[in-house]
Design a binder for this molecule. Structure first.
Ligand SMILES: [Zn+2]
Length: 356
């Protein structure tokens, strides 16, 4: 593949002493490849670790800063996205859950106890439950509103906790653990993965998706190297993963791969991760104020409620465990073209790992 010899393009930058050591490998220096403003809350460098390949904010956000920025982002997004769009996303996540569950079934897995961290709307789990009706579902999140929504809408068991905190009562409790689009957000990714490894039974499965870090951080890299300016980080991606580094770290935590690939390549074709183009840069920071969102605009956010029956009323979802639903969900959410994440090409990394 000739394209793969061109992309991704390596990062250049000065090697600097970090304010905090790399959270995965403890290395004390790294390449400075960006400077980001997290709202008006914090300015951090983006440092690429030369040892394990993880790019991270340095200094990292605190839990309080993350919570405040997340709330501000949630409010900003709620005011921007319509009810109709929200409902379409719920259906998509439900279909993704169905597709994922059928993949597990094909592999001979029959999970009984699932934990999802950062469950969002909970509709991905609903899709899993449609295929495995007996499955017991627990969701964990730091945010009470999310948990209340999951309890009220789906009746899931909820745990409010910081994901970095180890909860010994959960050790070896689950045979399926899910972390979709959450690992890039956590302050201490090594601690979180360590915990998940402890919560997973031997032989159990760990499923995650997370952005390909090389592509995800590219916009900040361009703003920094082309314009020498801080870029805006409203959505708190604080970790940018290298395909090999993530794989190796999971190995040290007792996980062996079942499926590991990147998917969705439109963004790669547009140049993310390799092309120097103005339109690929992250917006120059305006240090958007978080307080007005958190204190004032929160009153404009209407309590969101969804009629689940109506949301999931499509004809092909009537029998979600059946062949027709399986095909249609696979058609929408299956990926024919995938690559080894070691290439760091593609939009998103998908993993299913088995706990040894
Ligand atoms: Zn490192």
């Amino acid at each position: 593949m000739s394209l793969l010899s061109k992309i991704p393009r390596p990062f250049h930058g000065d090697v600097v002493v970090r304010q905090e050591p790399c959270r995965i490998c403890g290395t004390a220096d790294g390449k400075r490849i960006g400077v980001v403003d997290y709202w008006d809350i914090r300015t951090s460098s983006v440092i690429l670790c030369g040892h394990c390949g993880l790019a991270q904010l340095d200094p990292m956000l605190t839990h309080e800063e993350t919570a405040k920025g997340c709330l501000a982002y949630y409010i900003e997004e709620s005011l921007r996205v319509t009810q109709h769009e929200h409902e379409r996303n719920l259906v998509r996540n439900y279909r993704r859950g169905i597709h994922f569950a059928h993949t597990l079934k094909q592999r001979g897995a029959n999970p009984k106890d699932v934990l999802e961290i950062g469950p969002g709307s909970g509709y991905f789990l609903e899709g899993i439950k449609a295929v495995f009706p007996e499955i017991a579902i627990t969701v964990m999140d730091v945010n009470k509103e999310i948990l209340d929504f999951n309890a009220q809408q789906h009746g899931y068991h909820t745990i409010q906790a910081t994901l970095e905190e180890h909860n010994a009562s959960l050790d070896a409790r689950f045979d399926l653990i899910i972390a979709r689009d959450i690992l890039e957000h956590v302050v201490d990714v090594a601690a979180v993965i360590k915990n998940l490894s402890a919560y997973c039974r031997k032989g159990g499965l760990f499923h995650f998706i997370t952005p390909n870090g090389h592509e995800d951080v590219w916009k900040h890299y361009l703003t920094f190297t082309d314009l020498h300016k801080n870029s805006e980080l409203l959505i708190n991606h604080v970790n940018y993963f290298d395909g090999k580094g993530l794989f190796d770290f999971l190995g040290t935590q007792g996980f062996t791969p079942v499926e590991y690939y990147t998917y969705r390549f439109k963004t790669s074709l547009k140049g993310k991760g390799w092309k120097r183009a103005a339109e690929l840069r992250a917006a120059v920071s305006k240090k958007l104020e978080a307080d007005p969102f958190v204190n004032e605009r929160i009153h404009d956010v209407q309590e969101m409620s969804f009629d689940k029956k109506k949301v999931l009323s499509a004809w092909y979802l009537k029998n979600p465990g059946g062949t027709l639903a399986r095909w249609i969900c696979a058609f929408h959410h299956g990926y024919l073209l995938t690559l080894d994440p070691f290439h760091n090409v593609g939009h998103e990394i998908h993993g299913i790992f088995k706990r040894n």
